[in-house]
Design a protein around this ligand. Structure first.
Ligand code: NAD
Ligand code: DAU
Length: 357
């Protein structure tokens, strides 16, 4: 048996492929366009492993996807591929529309044609799992109940609007065509192989380089953090046991304001890689101009996946963030390679115009 995953050279997809092959003999076909966020170094340990087939390509390339489906006949397609960075979506939304909306639509069309051609028993067993985000639900006020699966969609950034559109398409393909879909909406992930444009890896990498730690606005925006391996285990659980057409929220029961995250990272670095002279990395914190339209608070109610599928995160924030900081300290070469090329250009564009507040 085989599964096909998209976006498997990215942060979550890469962790998913590594975890899957550590636990299963079932092969993975990994379709990834290798945008700036795709990094095959994450999958270096799989070199020579016949269970992993990497194909560089776009989820919107209907001919390519059709040929992969016909050749490998996967029992499931898991869609991780996306443009994922909110700040980039604010600067240039076009790629988000193309990949997250048009790409998902074309992928659904290819999968629908393949699924329709399968024998009845294979059709019944087939799954299309769409990996989505809590950002589709919009922003919560302090004290408001966490997002459940029935919370109304209220996306506020081009990124979250494009993910919301993709979720609606996935839903429609189930209701209209009967495609056996599952959707997961997850909160903020962190962990190994996270591209250092996102808050936690950026803070680790900048701190070690002696650079400012740019905190947007007042730093009191709240996110609900989940260790990436826990997200991967939730996706495996939903794939195995999720009810067709259902949506499952995935989160860490772990709401924290950004400034607390940054201070925790600094404290761990102070302990694990103390600076000469004894100063704290927190002296590098620099409050900068806020993100336009910045959502104030996300919080996931992960009660449904726990009640119905028995999933809970294995890591606490304390254990997960320590593992994460340790991973970055142990893999300076991964960081250095990511930082060469397109990443550096992006950092220039994003932060050059962002003077300290
Ligand atoms: P990422 O940006 O690290 O990786 C995305 C991957 O998709 C990259 O390898 C990229 O090359 C690939 N890709 C982009 N466009 C493609 C296309 N048109 N065709 C094929 N491949 C393409 O993203 P991530 O953080 O790993 O997120 C993965 C998924 O999980 C996304 O759908 C994202 O919306 C969702 N998600 C992310 C988080 C998070 O905290 N990172 C939380 C919840 C949900
Ligand atoms: O909630 C799930 C989402 O989490 C995913 O769908 C997205 O793909 C993922 O990128 C993430 O989105 P965020 O915008 O929450 O993540 P980011 O790491 O960009 O920012 C986290 C918080 O930290 C947010 O409130 C903005 C703030 N921030 C971010 C950066 C990069 C800063 O204060 N300074 C920074 O330099």
């Amino acid at each position: 048996m085989t599964i096909l995953i998209t976006g498997g050279a990215g942060f979550i997809g890469g962790n998913f492929v590594l975890d899957w092959l550590a636990q299963s003999s079932e092969a993975v076909i990994n379709l990834d366009k290798l945008t700036y966020a795709g990094n095959l170094e994450t999958l270096a340990s799989l070199q020579g492993d016949a269970r992993h087939v990497f194909v560089r390509g776009d989820i919107g390339d209907t001919a390519l996807v059709a040929s992969l489906l016909a050749k490998y006949r996967p029992r499931a397609v898991l869609n991780f591929a996306a443009e994922s960075h909110v700040d980039r979506s604010i600067h240039s939304p076009e790629d988000f529309i193309q990949t997250n909306i048009v790409g998902t639509f074309r992928l659904l069309e290819s999968v629908r044609a393949y699924w329709g051609s399968l024998p009845e028993a294979d059709q019944a067993a087939f799954r299309f799992l769409h990996v989505s985000t809590d950002e589709v639900y919009g922003s919560l006020a302090a004290g408001e109940a966490a997002f459940t699966e029935t919370h109304r969609y209220e996306p506020n950034s081009p990124y979250s609007a494009s993910k919301a559109a993709s979720d609606h398409l996935v839903r429609a393909y189930h209701h209209t065509y009967g495609l056996p879909v599952l959707t997961t909406n997850c909160s903020n992930n962190y962990g190994p192989h996270h591209f250092p444009e996102k808050l936690i890896p950026l803070m680790i990498v900048n701190a070690l380089a002696g650079k400012p730690l740019p905190v947007y606005g007042d730093g009191m925006q709240v996110r609900d953090w989940l260790y990436v391996k826990d997200h991967c285990s939730a996706i495996r659980r939903v794939l195995d046991a999720g009810a067709l057409g259902e949506v499952y929220n995935v989160g860490g029961w772990n709401e924290k304001p950004n400034i607390e995250i940054v201070r925790t990272v600094c404290a761990l670095l102070d302990e694990l890689r103390p600076k000469q002279g004894g100063a704290s990395y927190s002296a590098q914190i620099s409050y900068v101009k806020d993100r336009p339209g910045h959502d104030r608070r996300y919080a996931i109610d992960a009660g449904k996946i726990e009640r119905e599928l028995g999933w809970r995160p294995a890591e606490t924030f304390d254990t997960g963030i320590r593992k994460t900081v340790q991973w970055y300290l142990a893999h300076p070469e991964w960081v250095a390679h990511v930082q060469s090329g397109a990443y550096r250009d992006w950092v220039k564009t994003q932060y050059a115009a962002t003077a300290p507040a």
